[in-house]
Design a binder for this molecule. Sequence first.
Ligand SMILES: [Zn+2]
Length: 280
Amino acid sequence: MTNKILKQYRIFGFVAISYFVTACSTFPQLTIHQPISKVLATKVLDNWVQSQIEVQLPLSTQIEQESLTIPAKFQGKTLYKVEPGNKDKVIALTVDDGPWPKTTLQMLDIFKANNVKVTFFWVGSALQANTEIAKQVVAEGHAIGNHTWHHWYKQMDEATAKKEIDRTSDLIYKTTGVKTTLFRPPGGFLNNGLAAYAKSQKYSVVMWSLTSADTDPHAKPQAFVNNVLKGAKPGAIVLMHDGGGDRHRTVEALPQIITGLKQQGYRFVTIPELLQESGK
Ligand SMILES: [Zn+2]
């Protein structure tokens, strides 16, 4: 019996010493390879972040399906407004050239306080600089469209037009999970190659039927308010801006624009909702 216990101790001792020796011999390796370990750790973290993004993908698909499905009759087409079914008093505010520090967030607060959802047309380079703002815009339920990477007006060959549009849509998707099929050409130029490429990819080219004229450097906010309230019609698409320059006058005009349209009996819809309205 005693021998058996001794034997067990010997085995235990051997295992313990082996473990200690192995641990000591591997420890210096860990120290030597610490920089590599850090790289590996970062890699693992990257993979983890990636897997989180992948996990979210079904949700993104849901976003696409529920709020961004564009009726077939508008795919690959240019539109300025829609004729809502039953002369429904719906109107779509669209906000271009962001995301932009400060003004986008101020507008988000105004939209939230008034329970208004709008459509933002993003410039890829602005999005790249303001990804956190972009995530907030999507989290608050607004729709997103593509407004190219550089906001160029010049004539473009197909490869350049493709890059301008694809790069922006890719970043919108990577940042927010939204797959947009809405495109608005910078400056409303329809003949410089961008709209042609967008249509070939089945984007709806979304123009506008009413402008706030908020890019007029001399106008006062009240002028933007008057432009929108006087020109409002059921199914109208309204142009305004949150980025590309100092838009504090647009922010100033926005509460009055919303209140005035509500007083006229309008309901605010996103572009995808507006397009779905026309089918009713
Ligand atoms: Zn623009």
